[in-house]
Design a protein around this ligand. Sequence first.
Ligand SMILES: *Cc1c(COP(=O)(O)O)cnc(C)c1O
Length: 455
Amino acid sequence: MSIETQKIYEAEFLLENMREILRRTAPDHRFSEEERKEFDENIKKLDKIVGEMRKNKYTGSNLKYIVDKIELRRREEDFINIDPIQAGGRLTLEARKAMIAYGDGYSICDHCFKPFRLDQIQKPPVHEFMEELAEFVGMETARVVRGARNGFQIVSNALLEKGDVALVSSLAHYSLCLAIESVGGVWKEIPLNRERIITGENTERKIEEVREKTGRLPKLVAVSHFDYIFANEHDVYGIGKTCREYGVPFLYNGAYTVGVMPVDGKKIGADFIVGSGHKSMASPAPTGILATTDEYAEKIFATTKLEGDLTGRSFGVKETYLLGCTVMGAPLIAMMASFPKVRERVKHWDEEIKKTRFFISEFTKIDGNKVVSEMPRKHTLTKVDTTDSFDKIAKKHRRRGYFLTDELKKRKITGLFPGTTREFKLNTYGLSWDQINYLAEAFKEIAEVYGLEVR
Ligand SMILES: *Cc1c(COP(=O)(O)O)cnc(C)c1O
């Protein structure tokens, strides 16, 4: 770990020690002699660190763990992280501050009054946030859910009966298939075309096939705009149109889009928009969004209807498929704290694409490096193939595929699956131009070290 990162953590923890004393001595913070001493000792240590920071000259530190076996995480401080699933979920500064202040369990419930529902809380402005979220994705109603998968589950629960067919992409994420299965539904796959794209025509053909075989239309079509394997762009407009023609509801899976690029559910013709907070909205896990139209809001956000047979109890306006309240405390507040920046950053998606394209053009200057995803890139997530370059080295290297992991680590780059040198995914989202240049140079340098030709 870099000494700078270590010292920041040390200083933060000293402040937390002091905060602990405030909690212990609430409400008047009248310290005992013992507590005064403890407080002062923390100040003294903090003072020393601040002194070192001021001079930018550090003595060592052996802080490595939060508690036994739980290491400090420093991926985002000390490395360039190109992990395919982590780039868009990196927290904003504001979200990290929110995590510190709202970490306590049900902290979101401080000012929760009638009708006792998460989306109705005014302070902090949860209600306003949900309205803004709906608008953000061009829909009428939105809720925060526990990850994109929980969004799939809620829609599946509301729409599918046992044995009902739902169509998914041949590149669908496992969690979507499991959500359908979990409610007794059956998922069927829409085939890719030759370019590995899901089109409106293929969706239509699959709908017809299901109708022929079962005598009924599928109950749901769910396709991701950019899949998680190649991050190819699928024809969500065409699929939306097909679904409208057949009257089959369309779930737009925006796990890789909502929060990084503009998404307009109206324009797409989607009935449901699902997004992932921890994948693409600079939020902690587990967070996501589920948005819908007025037409479907009552169905998927249906409120509880039953009452107790002994007590007659009922639960008011709690939303059944959501199990009442969803994401509470720090994850929700952090998501809200990130939102202003998220709303702004989607406007600069084209710049992210420029950076990715530049990186890919540099990366493919290495003889044998190929791109498996569609070209030119329309997403910052890309699958590449280095069978004819790095994998050739790996075959003869004593560390096998780990040689690449080692070389990247030496250059403070992380996030690739350890040991793979054939096909792997990387995500450049959020890197600055300097970091992009650094990344490209690092790969080219490694290639040269091992005698691969770089054009
Ligand atoms: C990551 C991902 C998911 C799952 O998202 P969670 O928010 O973790 O539930 C679903 N679909 C696709 C296409 C994904 O990439």
